[in-house]
Design a protein around this ligand. Structure first.
Ligand SMILES: [Zn+2]
Length: 73
């Protein structure tokens, strides 16, 4: 998966959680937490490991390295 695809997966999980929380509170909360954890563990600069946050953003805000959004790792 590319970084961009991972960002979409995180957003999808978060969106599902945000909707579900109105119907099944604990399940929605669980999905929101999972989305945040996925985001923090997946969307990182490959050079320095700093959390990048969200797409777009061509360069790492910490070390200035170019971010490989479309490269498969
Ligand atoms: Zn970096």
């Amino acid at each position: 998966m590319t970084l961009k695809q991972k960002t979409w997966v995180c957003l999808a999980v978060l969106a599902a959680g945000a909707i579900l929380v109105f119907f099944v509170e604990w399940l929605g909360g669980l999905l929101l937490a999972a989305g945040l954890i996925l985001d923090v563990t997946w969307i990182k600069c490959p050079h320095c490991g700093t959390w990048v946050g969200k797409y777009p953003g061509k360069y790492c805000s910490s070390c200035g390295a170019r971010l490989p959004w479309n490269e498969t790792k």
